[in-house]
Structure formats: C-alpha cells, structure tokens
Design a protein. Sequence first.
Length: 697
Amino acid sequence: MGLVDVRRDDNIAVITIDNPPVNALNNAVRTGLIDALALARDRAGIRAVVLACAGRTFVAGADITEFGKPSKPPSTTDVVTALDAMPKPVVAALHGTALGGGLEVALGCHFRVAAPTTRLGLPEIKLGLIPGAGGTQRLPRLIGMAKALPMILSGDPIGAKPALEAGLVDAIVDGDVTAGAIAFARRLVANKTPLRRARDLDAKLADMRADRARFDELVAAHGKRSRGLHAPIAAIEALRAAIDLPIDQGLELERSKFIELKDGEQSKAQRHIFFAERAAAKIGGLPKDAKAREIKHAAVIGAGTMGGGIAMCFANAGIPVTIVEASKEALARGLDVIAKNYSTSVKRGSLSAADMERRNGLMQGSTDFASVADADIVIEAVFEEMEIKKRVFSALDLLAAKTTILASNTSYLDIDAIGAVTQRPSAVLGTHFFSPANVMRLLEIVRGKATAPEVLAATVALGRRLGKIPVVVGNRHGFVGNRMLGARSIEAERLLLEGALPHEVDGALVQFGFPMGPFAMADLAGLDVGWRNRKSQGLRAEIADALCEAGHYGQKTGKGFYRYEAGARTPLPDSDTESLIVAASRRLGLTRRSIDKKEIVERLIFPMINEGARILDEKIAQRPGDIDVIWVYGYGFPVWRGGPMFYADGLGLSYIRDRLSALSRESNDKRHEPAALLAKLAAAGEGFGSLEAKASA
Ligand code: 3HC
Ligand code: NAI
C-alpha cells in the first residue's frame, strides 16, 4: 500500500493514511488524498466516505520539514477544499492527536467521530505560525469564538469529551474508531442526513457579530503572552476576519498571513527549537528504542527549594516519592512549602482538590536514609558542597538496592567525583533541574564518564514522564547552562562598573526578549548561591560580593541589586546599590559612561556564544541545538530567536568573532578571545548549524 489507501466496505469508501510516525501531511499524502477523494466521489456505488489513519495517531499536522523548502502543490488547503466540495458525506475517524493541518483536514470533513483518548488542537502558534488551511475560519464557525480563540492562541489541545461538548466532534466511539466511523457513516446514509459543512455554519458567531466589543474582551483575556511574537497578532487578525468577512476572504487573509509567518525569521527559529528539542534527548551510541528500566518509586534527598519542587514533579506524574531530610524541622518546613504550593494551585483553580489529595498522598517524608530502600531512583538535592554530597552518596550506596540509580541535582560539581565514592559509578549521573523545579521544563542530564547507557536511557525516559525536556550533557564545571551563564555574568558586572545601572542592563535584555535580565534573575535565585560558588573557585565579583558581604542576598533579604517592598517581587532601583556601584567604579579608577542597548546586548550574549562554542568543541554538548534548547527552556532565551547558537548563525559568526576580539582587547580578558571552533567556522563562512548538518549527513 502507498501512503494513502482506499478500500470499500460495502457502499462506504474507507480512505486510510499510513505515514508513520505521526501521519504528517507531506506532499505524497496530500496528492494521495486528492486522488482518493476523486475516486470516492466518482465511484457510483459509494454513498459515503470515512477518512482514517493507521498507526498511533490521526494526522498530527503538516510535515514541518517541508516548510523550509519551496511548496509543491497540492496544498493542505487544496485537500480541505476537495473535502468541502465532496457531494457525499465524509466522516473523519480521529484517534491519537489530531493537530494543526490534521485537525484542519478533519474540519473539512462533514462529520467527526473520535476515540475517547483523542486530543484535538491547533498548535501552529507554538511554531510561530497560525493555522494555514482554514483553522482560523472553520473552528470558530463550528464551536464559537469563545472556545476557538483560546485554543488557537494557546495552541493547547483539548480532549475528546470537551470537543464533543463544544461541537468539534459529533460522537465519541469506544473500540476501533474506524469501525465506529463506518457505522456512523452508514447511519448518515440511512437517515439521508444532509451534509454539514463547517464553512456554511454561522449561528455560533452571531453573538460576536452583534457585539464586537466581546471579541476585544476575549483578546484581552487570552492574548497577553505575546511579547515580541508576530504569530499571536496574526492569529487575532485572522480570527477577527472570521467575524468580519465572508469565509472565502477570511481564508485568503489567513493563507497570506500563514505564508508570511512561515517564511519569516521567528517561525524558522521556533521550528529549529521543535526539532532541536526532539534531537536533544537522543543519546549517541544508544539505539532509539533501547529498553529503559521503569521508575516505579523515587526518593529525593533534601526538602529545600529544589528537593521540594523535584518531589512535586514525581507526585504530579503519579510516581510515589519519599523525601528524606536531615532533621524533623527541615522536613516539616519542606513538606509545608509543598502543601502550600498545592493549595495555592487549588485556590487559583489550576488544580482540583481531589488531585491535590492524590498528589499529597503520593509523598512520604522521612529522616531515615534507610527509607530509600524501595526507590528505583534517588535524586540528591542537599547543599552545594562536595564533602556533603560525597557523604550522602556513600550512605545511599549502602542503603539503596543495587540497581537503584543515584542522581545528583548539583548545579556545578563533578559527577565523576561524586560517583567515585560509590560502588556503582555506572549508576550515577546528574539530573539538573531548574528553579522552580515543578515549573521549569528543562532537565540537564549529566553523563559521567562511567554512567551506563541504560541508566541514561532510563533517566531520559523518566524526564519525559515528568513532563520535562531532557538534554544529555557532559560533566564539566557548570555543565552547559550555568557555564554559559557564568560567561554572561562577567560582562554584566563589567557593564555596571563602566557606567550602566542594573535596570539599564536588565532593560536591554528584556527588550531583546528575555523575561528578566541578569540582575533581577540573580536577586530571585539568591546572590549567596553564586557567591559561594565563586569563593570555592577563588573568584571575585566586585559588586555582587560587596552586596553579599553587606547581607543583601536579593529577594529573600528584601535587598540585592534592587530593593523589594515587603511581600512584593517587583525589583525597584535602589539608591544604596547605585552608590555602591559608583563607588566601586571610582575605586577601580574607571570613568563611567553611558552605554547603549546594542552594546549591552552584544557584551552579554556574545561571550555566552563563545563559551557555547568551547562547550561544543569539548563535546560537553552533543549538538548546537542542545545548547539552544537549554537556553530557551532553562533561562528564558526568546524562543523566536531560536536560542544563542541559532541566533549567532543569523548574525554571522565573523561579526561575532570581530566583536569578541575587540572586547577581549578592551577588557584585557583572554576569556573573550574567540573560541577556536567559532574562529574556524567564521573563517570558513559557516555557522554552528553546519555542524548539525554534517552530523546528520
Ligand atoms: N512534521 C514532521 N515531523 C513531525 C511532525 C510534523 N508535523 N510531528 C512530529 N514529527 C516527527 C518528530 O520530529 C519525531 O521525529 P524523530 O523521531 O525523527 O525525532 C517523530 O515525528 C515523533 O514525534 P515526537 O517525538 O514528538 O512524538 P510524540 O509521540 O512525543 O508526540 C506529537 C507526537 C504530539 C504529534 C508531536 O510530535 C507534535 O506535537 N508534533 C507537532 C504537531 C504540530 O505542531 N502540528 C502542526 C504543524 S503546522 C501545520 O499543520 C500547518 C497547517 O496549519 C497548514
Ligand atoms: P536548599 O538550601 O534550599 O535545600 C537543601 C536542603 O538539603 C535543606 O533543606 C537541608 O536541610 C537539606 N540537607 C542538607 N544536608 C542534608 C543531608 N545530609 N541529608 C538530608 N538533607 C540534607 O538548597 P537548594 O537551593 O534546594 O539546592 C539544592 C541543590 O540543588 C544544590 O546542589 C544546588 O546547587 C542545586 N540547584 C539549586 C538551584 C536553585 O535555583 N536553588 C537550581 C538548580 C540546582
């Protein structure tokens, strides 16, 4: 069979798409569908059509890999138009994930039936796009604007049950969904049910047409997360057209906006991140389907900021977890924070009381290390001090079952040195969560020199189960993310000494697209963390250390680079800190000057890129895309710029090399000299992306 097969079931034509893994609508599928529909239309004995998919899912969207290439007809729009024009009823049989162009094809069908576990959505916005085959026009006509707009602006799918309630699907069928759809089609034929084309429906838009202000209210309620992004603005315009224009004009407007976005820089960057995210968890030398041991029970050591959040990740994923603390008081404090976090979610309405109970019920506290005996994985999140970590790992090695994976949440420390105190270094690795651990999606998985591939595979699989984006990295001080952050911090401090103030530095990065700048972030994380790390390495940061020495650790003490009013988190410029900065400049004999935003951004981002190049050269990151994923999901690098390495390629590496050389000369800091790999690629006129292309060739 080809990618699209047609068979007859009495007087029903069953068209089946079979294009694993996700039945993406590539050119061959689109062509096959056009031909199959023509056949079903013209064959006299055929009274109705069922459109189904083989494998794990209905069509999960257009084939994203085709977006960078010249488009070849027929388009997905042509397929939807052909469906719309069918004179015989067409029923879509949905299972798995009906997403993007897949849902748009289903919307072109006259009826939709779904398996109970189906998820339906238009996730284009997450790729910097809008639906391009009628989604913005047909979905509101079918389910009303109040339901369609949030689906399109969030990109989040909905389940079969809410889809049935909204009118997006006409029936939910148990058992084989294709058989259910055939039975549904037979009933349509028997009852001579008229065709129901989404394009012709109007009733659910009447309220918005009568009162346009309601559309603006809806936009105000759902359109807030769009800082710097083009796609949400285009989506809102296209949705407004569904109210204001006849459908064919609305479709035309949608199409032109889709093409503009598809060819634009933002979507290219977001598509890069989509594929980089999937590549990042692939471990060199390990077969993709290697059997990973399942984690049925976990333990977390330390119920502080990170331990508590990590324990919540397990409970949220339905995995029982034991939390072990050094003292009863610390345990009670940690469990209390967790309980408060959950009850805040219940108060906000994002968690049901029953789910809170279930999650609390999956957690157990203990002050006895022996309670790790049942765990398949233990994650250590105690203080960041090598001697303490070694003591904890020696104890765990004695008390945990022989096959238990022992992981450390260390931010910087040497995983091999930690593993060396155990009898099982092959079962030791790093699981570096980001704060707040129950929210941030990134998980750096640190591979020690002895870590066994199946231990890595099990931890990557666990990361996915916890809803994280796992990236496998090598073992080197600070791994990938924090090491690059260190490179940025050097210049952030220098900018202060040369004339900028914290809010000016932060403002430049926020304008670049970060949710917050380095100083607001340092205040949030606690300045003492970096201070302790610098002290352990014999390093000094003029301003940050002076603040710490004065007892100003950031938000937790109400004062740091900024000041904070009691109970508030908004950073306010602080005249004491500013005087401290000016005094430090004077002490060092520096004449303060005004520094523009472009210089600030370059001096913060280029040293990070330089460090990223060294990280690649040392094979601490497997691919440039891994670094991009780490920065987008762990540190808020704007996704629409594609991460630091992708951004670097867009600027051109020779420009960055020249700026770094100048920076190194001016600051007399050899760390800013262009890294060998960066210089080599720049000289060859290539970018970091060429490394990925070579690796996959
Ligand atoms: N095009 C091309 N390849 C795709 C794809 C797509 N739309 N969706 C998934 N894939 C590939 C992945 O890259 C991956 O390849 P790999 O094995 O070589 O790494 C493979 O399919 C499996 O994907 P996942 O690892 O993500 O599998 P999961 O089971 O975890 O998730 C999924 C499945 C929910 C379908 C997820 O892949 C997904 O969200 N896909 C993207 C869906 C999407 O964004 N669709 C809209 C596309 S844009 C569009 O349709 C435009 C239209 O409006 C005209
Ligand atoms: P924290 O100080 O909030 O919590 C540490 C907890 O460990 C305390 O509750 C303490 O009582 C407990 N503890 C200490 N020794 C113990 C022992 N021997 N047995 C059992 N419990 C013990 O520290 P935080 O911030 O949670 O950091 C923990 C680890 O996570 C560190 O390695 C840190 O570098 C890392 N990390 C921290 C991040 C952050 O943003 N705070 C981000 C990512 C990693």
